[in-house]
Design a protein around this ligand. Structure first.
Ligand SMILES: Nc1nc2c(ncn2[C@@H]2O[C@H](COP(=O)(O)OP(=O)(O)OP(=O)(O)O)[C@@H](O)[C@H]2O)c(=O)[nH]1
Ligand SMILES: [Mg+2]
Length: 194
């Protein structure tokens, strides 16, 4: 076996450890800076929303074991920079997407200039879920809604929905969220409670 292949195999088995198979696996994905790490730390780790403003970009991905609401969770936070997503959506996709119970795909409601890239990764997210964790819940979060003026919120939210072509898919939840109010807690609870 070549050195690289061996390294990859080792990495794959370390992503799926036996203890994790018993945990409820949640995946947070989406482009860089959309708020994935902030959501995880605010909802599961008691970090104050204001404390997230200087977070560094996630390198590759992070996995955390968290006990929350009586559930033992395995929470995967995928780094959204393109070089990391390219890796997690290709060589690592089976390990990343297998055994997943719910996937949150986060979209920024303010920086909408990268929506075509978001659509591509959303499409691949659905594809990977269907291939490796059929039946897992998929929830799109139209996030950072606090930054969008009330009178244009509806329009922005429906533009994102159209852009991701959500009408093409069945059973995908679409929720508007912010870490600055209860909406993010409600969204996560709603998805994992079902
Ligand atoms: N206004 C506002 N800002 C938010 C919200 N959620 C996250 N942010 C900010 O968005 C920025 C990026 O957040 P991160 O959580 O690091 O983004 P990420 O998706 O993990 O980025 P990568 O690790 O590069 O993939 C931070 O400055 C956060 O404070 C929100 O609901 N509202
Ligand atoms: Mg991050």
């Amino acid at each position: 076996m070549s050195f690289l292949k061996e390294k990859l195999e080792k990495e794959k088995s370390s992503i799926i450890e036996s203890e994790d198979e018993l945990r409820y696996k949640l995946l947070f994905t989406g482009l860089s800076q959309v708020g994935k790490s902030s959501i995880i730390q605010v909802v599961f780790e008691g970090v104050m929303p204001e404390e997230t403003s200087n977070f560094l970009a996630t390198v590759r991905f992070n996995r955390k074991r968290i006990d929350f609401s009586g559930l033992s969770l395995s929470v995967f936070d995928l780094g959204g920079q393109l070089n990391y997503l390219q890796e997690t959506y290709s060589t690592l996709k089976e390990s990343i997407f297998s055994n997943t119970k719910a996937v949150f795909f986060i979209v920024d409601t303010v920086n909408t200039d990268q929506l075509s890239s978001a659509r591509e990764f959303f499409r691949r997210t659905v594809e990977n879920v269907n291939e490796y964790s059929k039946g897992a819940k998929i929830c799109v979060l139209a996030h950072k809604i606090d930054l969008v003026k009330e009178k244009v919120r509806e329009k922005v939210v429906s533009t994102i929905k159209d852009f991701l072509e959500l009408e093409k898919y069945d059973n995908i939840e679409y929720i508007t969220t912010s870490i600055f109010d209860d909406s993010i807690f409600d969204a996560v609870n709603q998805v994992i409670a079902k």
